[in-house]
Design a protein around this ligand. Sequence first.
Ligand SMILES: NC(=O)C1=CN([C@@H]2O[C@H](COP(=O)(O)OP(=O)(O)OC[C@H]3O[C@@H](n4cnc5c(N)ncnc54)[C@H](OP(=O)(O)O)[C@@H]3O)[C@@H](O)[C@H]2O)C=CC1
Ligand SMILES: CC(C)=CCC[C@@H](C)[C@H]1CC[C@H]2C3=C(CC[C@]12C)[C@@]1(C)CCC(=O)C[C@@H]1CC3
Length: 345
Amino acid sequence: MATRVRPSNKRCAVIGGSGFLGRHLVEKLLDRGYSVSVFDIRQSYELSGVTFHQGDLCDKQALLPAMKDVSLVFHCASPAPASDDRGLFERVNIQGTRTVIQACIEAGVQKLVLTSSASVVFEGTDIKNGREDLPYAKKPIDYYTETKIEQEKLVLEACDKEKGFLTVAIRPHGIFGPRDPQLVPILVDTARRGKMKFIIGDGTNLVDFTFVENVVYGHILAAERLRSDSPICGKPYHITNDEPVRFWDFMSEVLVGLGYAAPRYHLPYTLVYGLALLLWLLALILRPLVSFKPTFTPMRVALAGTHHYYSCDRAKQDLGYKPVVSLKDGIARTVQSYPHLRQGA
Ligand SMILES: NC(=O)C1=CN([C@@H]2O[C@H](COP(=O)(O)OP(=O)(O)OC[C@H]3O[C@@H](n4cnc5c(N)ncnc54)[C@H](OP(=O)(O)O)[C@@H]3O)[C@@H](O)[C@H]2O)C=CC1
Ligand SMILES: CC(C)=CCC[C@@H](C)[C@H]1CC[C@H]2C3=C(CC[C@]12C)[C@@]1(C)CCC(=O)C[C@@H]1CC3
């Protein structure tokens, strides 16, 4: 009888390992003695100890070689939230995640850790210290969030102790850090276009921004604690810096750190939200004729003008999580890592 090679506990795969979070995760896994196979639609770097598999996660045959002899899979691939391509989100986040689950089961993978998002409960109105038992958003603010909800449900429902397939979801919020392609670049681009003069609302809304290394740490703790007798099977976990900060203070600190002026003038939230909604509708109606992408989308205005911060008590209790990098140090390291985005560079 052919004996099946039992996958090594230290061999894992990272789907989306070429992306911002994925690459930080890969680097930390290597530090901790794992060998890593990366699956991504693109290869963005080379690293010893990493095997790259390039392909679309919707293609099971392409995924399977990346999962060979692997006991643990991290799934942190997604189209960028800034896209408004509903079909792409549905195909990758929903159909693709079904395919990832099937491939894991077929390949004999024992643990799947999904990168979900704290936004799965956000509907554009205040969330203060939100816990994981908040209901999923009934009216998600965009297609990205809508499909992240379905993705999380699929992964958590696939958890099956009898079959030895265990799953858990990490819900980070506002990830920032070196090599982030979104937060700081969007902010600097907006500042360079002279549009970072205004504070939406009174500027006191608190938000979670999470340094990427804390998010990585939460993923690794979850993976290592995921056993059939642990309470974490099939559950979501918020991972944040546990230091909610005023959205506009965070933006100002990054801007000033990079040599730009902090926003100063206040605009009423409802006015800006209404205008963003109008612009969004206009863009939708005119799409067959002209294509333009407004900076102020309703989703961005909601993120900039409401409270949205989450409790990570459950992660502290079940995973032993505690942020490893403070917000202050995270901001300093981030600002330092973007010399090319400095004012005048
Ligand atoms: N950044 C944040 O603030 C937050 C992120 N998250 C979640 O964290 C995860 C990682 O995000 P982040 O690192 O910021 O995102 P990135 O876009 O940097 O990384 C995602 C990676 O997945 C790849 N990818 C996209 N589609 C496919 C596909 N069909 N098959 C294979 N690979 C694919 C991307 O390639 P390409 O770039 O070519 O599309 C990219 O390399 C995502 O699931 C996101 O939803 C959750 C909360 C907050
Ligand atoms: C906490 C969290 C979920 C952060 C998400 C990151 C991005 C959505 C933000 C990064 C830069 C932000 C930004 C704006 C909205 C939210 C971001 C895109 C504005 C467009 C809000 C309105 C402005 O005045 C300009 C801002 C530029 C930066």
